[in-house]
Write a protein that binds this ligand. Structure first.
Ligand code: NOJ
Length: 740
């Protein structure tokens, strides 16, 4: 029988209520084991995210509660899917009830945010994108998949594919950066790998989220409204989702915000016309958490009943956490406001994915021994280390790095250097702080014989200056200072937008203070977003800046390998660093104005900050240097059906082996609508020994050089184009060609 036949046969046996149950996704509920203690998970998590309570305190409170699996709802077929159930024993219990005790034995989806690892944490998505390394992306995904799958998870809410051009938006940390092409490549690999079935049945269904243009939240303020031209939607925000759909992604999550006036949750144009009809998506759409009921708050539904109706009719198949579908859909069918076919259609989509992902035929079996052997294995940690070190970006280096033999005494300062929880980064609920390697530990582990490492807290992310003097004194004894600054884990992520992109509290003051004391200082940044660190870039006392984002469980080891020169940094930025938050959104592939910024007064710029970004998209240093030579095009006149074939030679002109990310951009010089000054069309990460050179070839079909015209139709216009091959979005060799 085909999947569709099995779905149809099953639907025939189901009651209306059971079908609606498939559209209902919810978390567990809490009751308290201590009398007089009220469980309030939402408030506690929120307090933790705001730094009001620690993760340990949250865990203590949770330990006083009992997590209820909604057993009766599962048994009655009223809950088709769990959201964020992490405990493997509980997953075993919940999934068992569904299979063995419900009338039809329909298995449940267990959906979890597997964002950057499960138990072994890997670099955050933004960090991972800075590797520009699709093998690394695949490895991270594979380990995360296996650890989650053995633990009972069968569905992940990832990859997040929101193009992010605004560092004020906290969720930039979860994104693959600002470029649609790179994001699509990363998303494709993640979807393929999450969903690839391994011999023992290991696989997760993936979710492309948040559909659509969530990264364009006005002012970078989370959940905020988005008003945008269709052309911008199609050119910038849709491509990664198209790539995910083409790769067969099982689910798409609609976004929280309103797009051009209609909340994505109930946006029929978006969920049906674009997603299904144009992109050809055949999976199911899940709302974001409580987003169905939030349509009432948006003011586009009178009440939750209407929100349920409008969301379902728009193409939203599953309700995450609002409980509105389970509460109102039956009545809506009975009153004739929606037809049972609509319910069948949505339930059929969910069931089809349950069949496709083996929930019926290859159910997960609970095997604590297998979990113990799999999660956080030596192998997985080694993979996390290897992927981790590929993601850090060296932003500045006057030669102080890698740490040389003359350095015998190193002082590490900064609370973040030794803070396991902070180093894990956001979205690491399934990880454990105890497993986390701190920067202090990593540096001690990798320090060569005879090199002394001292740690002194000195400063944190707040205004407390009481540790300054002690640290400044300790610095006098050191040959080198490693100062670790940035953001604690939950200063980026969901609901963590910031208007000011400077280092918080007294961090900058401390860093400039210590840098002025004639001991070379290296700044290691731990953060989720580009920061306004122009002062650090300018200060000559700061010899180097390493952007390490959040590199996962092996963070400290990865940083140490880089600082001691055991690994030559190779990451490049996938987001632009603006000079100041007021310049955001700042991104490389912007359209030209009629008056591009320059020294002349009447041009597009701010009066009080440099025109150019602090660090552009694609930028990153290495311990060696590379030269670009001989950009050659196979043909300089191309027909519409042709492919641009070009080659560039890259030479390692330094003394160390190193990796270079060779980037290819194009620009359409004259078109009927304004085109971006550059658009990424290809990239390759290559490794070169000292003195070695390699010729890198790129192929770009002319059909990929088009745009959406004034009537929002995709086309390639004949005319002159420019191709650039170089080390970042501002440099490189260039040559023109004609499309006829
Ligand atoms: C809200 C977030 O926006 C989404 O990304 C996540 O998957 C869900 N909550 C579930 O945790």
């Amino acid at each position: 029988m085909t999947i569709q036949e099995r779905v149809d046969a099953l639907l025939k046996k189901m009651t209306l209520k059971e079908k609606i149950g498939q559209l209902n996704q919810a978390g567990t509920t809490m009751t308290c084991t201590l009398p007089g203690f009220e469980p309030d998970m939402d408030t506690w998590v929120s307090e933790m995210l705001q730094g009001k309570i620690t993760k340990a305190e949250l865990d203590r409170r949770v330990a006083m509660c009992e997590e209820n699996l909604r057993e009766d709802e599962i048994r009655d077929g009223l809950l088709g899917s769990y959201v964020n159930l992490y405990d493997d024993e509980k997953i075993a219990r919940g999934t068992d009830i569904a299979r063995k005790e419900s009338r039809l034995g329909i298995p449940v989806f267990v959906g979890v945010d597997v964002i950057h690892g499960y138990r072994t944490m890997f670099p955050t998505p933004l960090a991972l994108s800075c590797s520009w390394d699709l093998d690394a992306v695949r490895r991270e995904t594979q380990v995360a998949k296996r650890e989650a799958w053995v633990s009972g998870v069968n569905w992940t809410f990832g990859p997040m594919l929101d193009i992010s051009r605004d560092a004020r938006w906290g969720r930039i940390v979860e994104s693959p950066g600002e470029d649609p092409f790179l994001a699509g490549e990363i998303g494709r690999v993640q979807v393929e790998e999450f969903q690839r079935e391994e011999e023992d049945g290991c696989r997760l269904m993936a979710t492309a989220k948040h559909f659509l243009a969530y990264g364009a939240a006005s002012g970078g303020q989370d959940y905020n409204t988005v008003d945008m031209s269709e052309r911008q939607i199609y050119e910038t925000y849709l491509p990664p989702f198209r790539a995910a759909v083409d790769a067969g992604v099982g689910a798409v999550m609609s976004a929280f915000h309103d797009l051009n006036g209609v909340p994505c949750t109930m946006n029929r144009w978006l969920l049906t016309d674009v997603l299904r009809k144009e992109l050809g998506f055949d999976g199911f759409v899940v709302s974001d958490a409580e987003a169905v009921k939030q349509c009432v708050v948006h003011g586009t539904a009178r009440d939750e009943r209407e929100a349920a109706k409008e969301s379902l009719l728009a193409g939203g198949d599953m309700d995450m956490s609002s409980l509105d579908y389970i509460q109102y859909l039956e009545d809506l069918v009975q009153s004739g406001e929606i037809s049972e076919e609509e319910i069948d259609r949505a339930a059929g989509r969910v069931l089809a994915k349950k069949f496709e992902f083996g929930l019926f035929d290859r159910p997960w079996t609970y095997d604590p021994e297998r979990i113990r052997k799999t999660v956080l294995s030596e192998e997985n940690r080694a993979a996390a280390l290897d992927v981790g070190k590929r993601c850090a970006v060296l932003l500045k280096n006057d030669g102080v790095l890698p740490i040389g033999d003359s350095v015998r005494k190193i002082l590490i300062v900064g609370a973040l250097a030794d803070d396991r929880q902070a180093l894990m980064g956001p979205w690491s609920f399934t990880g454990r702080a105890d497993d986390q390697i701190t920067i202090v530990e990593g540096m001690r582990r990798y320090a060569p014989e005879g090199v002394e490492i001292t740690y002194c807290r000195g400063f944190g992310v707040d205004e407390d200056r009481s540790g300054f003097e002690e640290a400044y004194k300790a610095a006098k004894e050191a040959d080198l200072v490693i100062a670790v600054a940035g953001e604690e884990a939950y200063m980026s992520g969901e609901a963590a937008s910031r208007a000011d992109l400077h280092l918080t509290g007294c961090q900058e003051e401390f860093l400039l203070g210590i840098a002025g004391r004639s001991v070379p200082t290296v700044v290691v940044l731990v953060n989720g977003r580009p920061l306004a660190i122009g002062a650090l870039q300018e200060h000559t006392g700061i010899g180097a800046i390493l952007e390490s984002w959040h590199l996962g469980t092996e963070f400290g080891n990865a940083v140490a390998e880089i600082l001691f020169g055991r690994y030559n940094p190779s990451g490049k930025l996938t987001v632009t660093f603006a000079n100041e938050g007021g310049q955001e959104p700042m991104y490389y592939n912007h359209p030209n104005t009629g008056r591009p910024g320059n020294d002349f007064k009447f041009t597009s710029k701010y009066q009080d900050v440099p025109i150019k970004p602090l660090y552009p998209f694609g930028y990153g240093l290495s311990y060696t240097t590379f030269a670009y030579e001989k950009l050659t095009l196979e043909k300089t006149t191309l027909k519409m059906e042709d492919t641009l074939r070009c080659r560039v030679t890259v030479k390692n002109t330094g003394k160390r082996e190193g990796e270079e990310i060779v980037q290819l951009y194009i620009r359409d010089l004259a078109a009927s609508v304004v085109r971006p000054v550059r658009e990424l069309k290809g990239f390759q990460k290559i490794s070169l020994a000292p003195g070695e050179e390699k010729t890198v070839s790129f192929e770009v079909p002319v059909t990929r050089m088009g745009f959406y015209d004034q009537t929002c139709h995709y086309r390639v216009e004949p005319g002159t184009f420019r191709v650039f091959a170089g080390p970042d979005s501002t440099k490189g060799l260039e040559q023109d060609f004609e499309v006829i």
